[in-house]
Design a protein around this ligand. Sequence first.
Ligand SMILES: [Zn+2]
Length: 222
Amino acid sequence: MSEDWSMGQEPHAAVLVARGLIEHPEKLDHVLLDDEEGWFVSDGTEFGDDPELDQDQFATMCLHDVVELLPQLTALAKLPAGMGADWDADSASWVLISPIVPSDDEETRAYRDARAAAWPHAGSPADEANLSLGLMEISTAADAPARRVRYASRDEDGTWMFVGFDVPDPDEETDVEVDTLELGHVAQLYPDVAELLDAEPGEVFFREAPDAEWLQMIDDGE
Ligand SMILES: [Zn+2]
């Protein structure tokens, strides 16, 4: 085990790992971090309702052994609970996802209600927000550009859009490719947008540099 342990969970935390990955770690497909910070690591095999089949297809391993097998997991050390990521081997990047939790049992509902009750801003943490693709990715490259939000706007219908510094001209909104994450996940990934989240629909914010103050853009009709 490495001395500079960076994961948010303890080294011996139990991880559910698709057995195929033990022989073929290059087949990594996606990971999920559940509400209770339990990791699930898959080669595309889904965890199902058949305990015997699941037992055949998945093994339980210590997180430190999984990190040794799949070192790219350390790039997700700060992943918020309840999120997931698809592994893109070609770009050696993770693409973040807010997974849809299909189960509607009492526990899931209680978690969702507690999360909504703790949300201090307008709307719900489960609302979909649009993000430029750079904000959706976590690269494992050492020289990857800083993932920070440069531009944030709240649509007239209340939907948020966030654009990162990876996009050359954030004013060219129509050219920005976006995907969606839950607003609550965005606020955890990019805590410096939290101060904006009580904005009224139609408000737009911008900053010149990753550490600069947020400025509100006023539409002067030009
Ligand atoms: Zn261990």
